[in-house]
Each structure stands twice: as structure tokens, then as C-alpha cells.
Design a protein around this ligand. Sequence first.
Ligand code: SF4
Length: 418
Amino acid sequence: MKHEYRFPNIPELKDVSVFVENKGRQLKTEIKGKFPLRLWLLTKYYFKVFSLIRPIVQSPEGNFYSLYLPPIPSPAHARLFSSTISSVYYKRELPLAVTIGVTDDCQYACVHCSAAGRSKVKPIMSLEEIRLVVRECLDIGISNITFTGGEPLLRDDLEECVACVPPELATSQVFTNALALTAKRARSLKAAGLHGVQISLDSPSPEVHDRLRGMKGAFGAVKEGVKNALDAGLFVGISTYATRRTALDKNLSKLVSICSEWGVHEVSAFDAINTGRLQEQDVELLDTFSRKVLLKEARALNRKHRGRLRVVTQSWTNSGRGFARLIGCLAAHMQFHITSQGDFTPCDFTPLSIGNVREQSVQENWRQLLLHAEYCKRSTKCRMQDPEFRKRYIEAIPEDGELPYSVHNFDHRQSDHS
Ligand code: SF4
């Protein structure tokens, strides 16, 4: 299959086409038009890296490498590639992905919930508002839309939210705890056009997962949800988080072994981040040594599973090494988050808001984020784990400050002092 990639967001490349073709695992590229040499090399490097990786699925729609990426080649991936070139080569940042909160409700009260503590003063976005927000996200080039919560499946119109995302423009995913992911619901989400689900699993031990979720049977619900989603033809990712203890205990290997038996496509291990309810817990976050252990373990797991199941870690994307140099902190570079009440935040874990999509467009919020002193420069490291950033912004949020806290309050304070 061959697709023509164009660059509608980049005036300098208006006459350029890159033809991308998958021949099995290999991705062949043919460039037509005037391409600067460094960009030519970058393009070749980009597709070469994917040629070296075994896809988790090869299908007539293209090669699937990750739930976070549209298939390659495909029209949605062409959009992602154009935005990547704009950001990486021309330094005009265009987002690739958005996470959109659709509800604050949840059946659990997990110890690590990043949404805990957010204000519930404003009403949650209506279906009409979500439709508009999705449209605006697509208009600025987004090619991956993830619906989050709370628990998104508690919204009866989630299928209608998913149906707003045309697969030729973007892939769609839902983060879920799977408690309500029945066979019927999985089928109706697939029929609405959903690409995949990311199911949270906190521990390979059923007892520990149930304890962390505060409900007996939560682990069983994950297993059942994975089966229902796979039967419906959805891509299935498991999302977990790593602490110093779980990294040193090699929990990831135990969890991946279970996921492999269940037929899961991808396991994402996020860093435990001191935000939401986790701020109140006595959890040791990853340090340099445990992070090294985790990265080594993830590399070994990827070698072992050879593409049948992929393991991705936030510790790698924030490592600043190799291909990960292009990634780093996703906030204001590749991604942003919109809360269920329309607040525009740098990411799901950062309790700071730039504005609200009810008051100004997604594009204007993105523009303001990029103009902000903290976000106008890229960071390879996670800002939420950077002590300096936390001191300046997170620890400075007043105790009675409503979350997400307007970042402009800090700007006013700085200009008052200048
Ligand atoms: S601050 Fe950056 S790296 Fe950290 S969780 Fe947010 S997007 Fe990811």
C-alpha cells in the first residue's frame, strides 16, 4: 500500500510529496519536490527507525506500531508526520495528540488518580461542546484523540463522542478502568469507530490491584474487559505506573507476562507522578537507579516479545536518548489536555490551566501555551518531576486555589514584582 504525504501546514513544502509504502515490515519512501538536505535525512531516518521495529499488527490499513500512532502509511499518519516536521524541523510546534476528559465521575477512588482534587464547580462539557472541541483539535492537525475521565464509559453518549473522530484524520482511544467494558459496550464502541482502549492495571497481583482500586473484583474486571475489547476487534493497551519499589521488584515483567497471556497489544508504564491523590500518599517515586532498572527491563521485554506485544515507558520518552530526543516532555510539544469542564492544561498530570475552551478556541489556547515563559522552550524531561518547575508552579498554588490553577495568576505575580 502506498500513500502520498503532503505538508499542508508548511508553506515551504507546498510542492513536496513523500510517497510512503509498506512492503511487509519495510517502509519505503520516495521524495518528490525540493526538500532541504537535512530534512531529507530526517525523513529517511524517521521511516528507517520504524522499518527496524516489528509492527504489533500488519493489516490492509497499514502497519500498527503503537496505540498512540495511526497506522503507517495512512492519511492520519500523513497528518502526524506533517505536524512532526513542522515542530522538529521548522520549530513551529503543532500538536499531535490530545486527551479530552469527558466526565469526572468514576466507580473507584484510586490512590493515584490524577483527576482527584480538581474543582467541580463548572458543568462538564455537553456532547455538542465535545463535538466542537474535537473539530477544533482536528483543524489544528491533531491525529490522536484520547477520551479520559474520571471513567469515560460512565457517559452514555461516549459512542457519539468517538464518532466525531473520522479515522482518516485521527485515531481514537479511550482510557478506562474496564469495569463497564461489557461485550456489548466494546462492540458498540468499535462500531462507533474507536481504534483502541487503554485499560488501567496497577499491579500484576489481583489482591494489590483490588486494594489500590478500593474494590474487590477490580482485577477480574480488567481481565474481562481485555477479552471483550479483543473480541470486538479493538486494539488493547494496558496502562500502569511505576514507582521506585515496583521498578526494583521487577513488577513490569510480571505484569507483561499476564498481559501477553491475555493477548494485549501494548503495555504503557507511566512514571508515578506527585499529582492528584498521589500527593497525599507515601509513595517513593522513581529515582535514577530504579529508572535504569525499569528501562533495562523494558528493553529486555521488547526483545523477548519481538513486536507481538510492545512495552513503552515514559522513562524512555523522557530519557533524551536516540529517537526519544524527538519526544521528551509531551506538554506544549506534542500534546495537551482538556478537562471535562473545558479547562486547557499542558497535560493530564499538570494542574495548571492556560484558559478554557468555552471562552477561547483550542487554537488560541495552544498559541497562549506556546507563548508562556515555561512552555515556549522544549524540555526533554518531565516538567512535573522537575523540582525547579514544581517549586515555581505546583508548590506555589495556594491551598485554597481551585484546580486546575490558572497559570496567569503566576504571570501577574511576576509582573507585579518586576
Ligand atoms: S509534564 Fe510532560 S513528561 Fe510529565 S507527564 Fe506531563 S507531558 Fe508527560
